[in-house]
Design a protein around this ligand. Structure first.
Ligand SMILES: CC(=O)N[C@H]1[C@@H](OP(=O)(O)OP(=O)(O)OC[C@H]2O[C@@H](n3ccc(=O)[nH]c3=O)[C@H](O)[C@@H]2O)O[C@H](CO)[C@@H](O)[C@@H]1O
Ligand SMILES: C=C(OP(=O)(O)O)C(=O)O
Length: 428
């Protein structure tokens, strides 16, 4: 991964004005993979210009997809035929989300070889549910030499009950079953917004996926998918991050291009702390100006619970709130790489048995380093609230998830500066 220059933030200034939320990274990635199911051209709007998007485009290009940017966030994709059914380690290891290529290739080609996804800074991320689901629905999946090889002799059919709520495995099973005229029922399926957006996208091309957004999804395989045009949902994780940044700087800030119903768990927690939240159908006003915030306890859960992808940022906010807060993340119990870096900034956090106990303190600027995407987000939230200057290294991780971060933070009054162009614009 390319190393980027650090982000410099001089903290202690309130944010103000309107922050336009980017399109969703985690919804866009599986939708780009889903485009492999159609031989006709597809135009997608709402694709954020992020390094993860460039990585998935590299992977689908290897499989035969041609693409062209047709607007700042619009992309044309076309896969007239697959040129390979294998995704090599060098590409897959860059990004865990690429594992759902397995389901897409099984659907379109009846076979796939995908390398085992790489490890992750915040712990073990198994793929057993992806494999069990495909096997239960009639595919053979072999694990050999660090690769998973899947074959689908007949169209997938049958029933699978997930052992836990998993976004990626639900998406993988939907993709694998979408083509081929069998009927598949998925129980205890994830109801995450990114599962719903994938199903809506595939249905817009002629797929027959019923029940996305509930725990039981039925996929009636169809012969083929046509081309089409689709707009990806706004990024609820970026929205949650910026809502928290507004609270941490005790600001009044309006978020535009947001689906308030997608961030309700974050809104509820901020309201419990005393932040005023005002919703319209696509904006959110976050008002923490002049408010003495109260400490809270937070437990991350699958959607619609409090998102694990916002847990580190929430922990950063709580380091600024007088009193004791407790944070646990049963989804990823080791998602804690932000802790030691926040401590450099004066945060009072102790960790015992995967539980963060946080005492409010005054943060000060310091040199810090992000080890993963949302730990980096926690660091820029803390930096915005801290007295003095913070330099955040490891921006290649942060840039996976936040488009033109310094520029967009500056647009709402932050003093943020990253000396070199971000990776996304360097690759345009
Ligand atoms: C690209 C993308 O969209 N990534 C998101 C997606 O990841 P991802 O889809 O990988 O996460 P999952 O929803 O699958 O993981 C949820 C839980 O299930 C467990 N599990 C998952 C699969 C499996 O086969 N076995 C298993 O045990 C995981 O360890 C975790 O505890 O959802 C996560 C949970 O909201 C987010 O943190 C990630 O940002
Ligand atoms: C962890 C994340 O992404 P990934 O699942 O791709 O690692 C994230 O977006 O917070």
């Amino acid at each position: 991964m390319l190393h980027l220059t650090p982000l410099h933030i001089i903290g202690g200034q309130p944010l103000r004005g309107d922050y336009h939320v980017q399109p969703s990274k985690n919804a866009a990635l599986p939708i780009i993979v889903g485009s492999l199911l159609s031989a006709e051209p597809i135009t997608l709007h709402g694709i954020p210009r992020l390094s993860d998007i460039y990585t998935i485009l590299e992977i689908v290009a290897h499989l035969g997809t041609r693409h062209a940017w047709t607007g700042p966030n619009s992309l044309m994709l076309h896969t007239p035929e697959l040129t390979s059914t294998e995704t090599p380690y060098a590409l897959v290891s860059k990004m865990r989300a690429s594992f759902i290529i397995l389901g897409a290739l099984v659907a379109r080609a009846g076979e796939a070889t995908v390398s085992m996804p790489g490890g992750c800074a915040f712990g073990h991320r198994p793929v057993d549910q992806h494999v069990k689901a495909l096997r239960a629905l009639g595919a053979t999946v072999k694990e050999e030499g660090g690769n998973f090889q899947a074959e689908r002799p007949e169209p997938l059919q049958g029933n699978f009950i997930f052992e836990m709520l998993t976004v990626g495995a639900t998406q993988n099973a939907i993709l694998a079953a979408a083509l081929g005229e069998g009927t598949v029922t998925l129980e205890n399926a994830s109801i995450d917004t990114d599962v719903v957006d994938l199903a809506n996208f595939l249905n817009s091309l002629g797929a027959d996926i019923q029940g996305a957004g509930t725990n039981t999804i039925t996929v009636n395989g169809v012969k083929s998918l046509r081309g089409g045009e689709y707009t990806v949902i706004p990024d609820r994780i970026e929205a949650g991050t910026i809502m928290i940044a507004a609270a941490a700087t005790r600001s009044q800030l309006r978020l535009t291009n947001v689906r308030p119903e997608h961030v309700r768990a974050v809104s509820a927690k901020l309201s419990e702390m005393g932040v005023r939240i005002l919703e319209t159908h696509d904006t959110l006003l976050v008002d923490a100006a002049g408010i003495d915030l109260k400490p809270v306890n937070v437990t991350a859960q699958a959607y619609p619970g409090f998102p694990t992808d916002v847990q580190p940022q929430m922990s950063a906010l709580l380091t600024t709130v007088p009193g004791a807060s407790v944070v646990v993340d049963p989804v990823y119990p080791d998602r804690l790489t932000h802790v030691v870096e926040l401590q450099r900034m004066g945060a009072k956090i102790t960790v015992s048995e995967h539980t963060q106990v946080i005492q409010g303190a005054t943060l000060h600027g310091a040199p810090v380093k992000a080890a993963d995407i949302r730990a980096g987000a926690a660091l820029f939230v803390a930096a915005l609230a801290a007295e003095g200057e913070t330099t955040i290294d490891g921006m290649q991780y942060v840039n996976r998830g936040y488009e033109r971060l310094a520029e967009r933070l500056r647009s709402v009054g932050a003093q943020a500066h990253q000396p070199e162009p971000a990776l996304a614009s360097a690759m345009d």
